[in-house]
Design a protein around this ligand. Sequence first.
Ligand code: ITT
Ligand code: NA
Length: 179
Amino acid sequence: MIQFVTSNEGKVREAREYLPETVRQVNYDYTEIQSDDLEAIVTRGAREAYREIEGDEPVLVDDTGLFIDAFEGFPGPYSAYVDDTLGIERVQKLVEREENHRAAFRTVLGYCDGKTVETFEGSLRGRIVPPRGDGGFGYDPIFEHDGRTLAELSTEEKNAISHRARALAAFADWLAVQK
Ligand code: ITT
Ligand code: NA
């Protein structure tokens, strides 16, 4: 069993489809240190969550950012704040005024089982477009990859290509050789 420490149900849905292990969602608000380094954020977060959550089941945390080329990678680690304040439609309108609409999603997973802390990374390139589709979550409606926005994909289709799926794949491979 793995305790996925996140408030985001979309992340949990994707992880459940991907991992052979049972995934339990745990709401614990670990400290997200002010950093532009997702690895540092999840390494600290996974350690803290493991220490603070009762029991000794391993924990997994996920920090994801949208990195927009024209804005030198902004909002990146501040993507949740920008989603909550500006909102994705306004982000898209700002990008529309730029020549370059390209962007990348990047996910870093942090795993801690008390003995070791490991991180796993995945990314996906695409471009920012006016919102389309009603699947997915977060920035998915404005992120187009291969002609479709991620909100136009089923969970299964998103899992075949996404930043999170690539990180989950690396994690699953690592877990498999630990056994
Ligand atoms: P937790 O920290 O509780 O896990 P969160 O939603 O705050 O949940 P992040 O900080 O990692 O998670 O997410 C940053 C923002 O990016 C936030 O607005 C998410 O909705 C969004 N996001 C994360 N993964 C995404 C994905 O696969 N597709 C689209 N948007 C995503
Ligand atoms: Na977060």
